[in-house]
Design a protein around this ligand. Structure first.
Ligand SMILES: [Zn+2]
Length: 185
């Protein structure tokens, strides 16, 4: 696996772009990359907004990544070096997506997880952009693009969810706070 250092990441934008393509990849931005089909809303749980509503709701960077399938530059996000215990939720709709306990240091400069917090939280689809086939990952609730999943992750799943920081928000888990745990009978 390619590993590179902070100094290496700062070496040049062209190099970073190439490495970004290799590790997480950047889809083509623009209307052609946008999903056009109607979103599923069978249980009233899906969050469906118009493009104008998403623009108003999100920061420009969040919009570029979540709604235009963008990719942030490696090591440019805020969460790849986040090591606190907590939960990562969708920046678009707030749905919990990844638990800090499944996060690992992939060395790629993007937050990486070996599994989602719930298999129903994310959905995947083939991404054939950039002359290769990768597996795109998006939020099951709002359809927001998160990143890609690769089969070179650690045990126990062998998967590497390579996710953009800008697609996530981190919620630290407070100790002795029962409200953070699911209710038990
Ligand atoms: Zn979402």
């Amino acid at each position: 696996m390619i590993r590179w250092t902070m100094a290496g990441a700062l070496a040049g934008a062209a190099l970073m772009a190439a490495l970004a393509l290799a590790a997480c990849g950047a889809g083509p931005a623009g209307p052609a990359a946008e999903r056009t089909g109607p979103m599923q809303d069978d249980q009233g749980e899906k969050l469906v907004l118009t493009d104008a509503e998403w623009r108003a709701r999100l920061t420009p960077e969040q919009y570029r990544i979540l709604r235009r399938r963008g990719t942030e530059r490696a090591f440019s996000g805020t969460l790849w070096k986040e090591h606190r215990d907590g939960v990562y939720v969708c920046a678009g709709c707030g749905q919990p997506l990844f638990d800090a306990r499944t996060k690992f240091d992939s060395g790629t400069g993007w937050p990486s997880y070996f599994e989602p917090i719930d298999e129903r939280a994310v959905e995947t689809e083939p991404d054939r952009s950039w002359f290769t086939v990768r597996t795109e990952v998006h939020c099951a609730r709002c359809g927001g693009h998160l990143g890609h999943v690769f089969e070179d992750g650690p045990e126990p799943t062998g998967l590497r969810y390579c996710i953009n920081s800008a697609a996530l928000e981190f919620r630290p888990r407070r100790r002795h706070d029962a409200s953070d745990d699911p209710p038990r009978d």
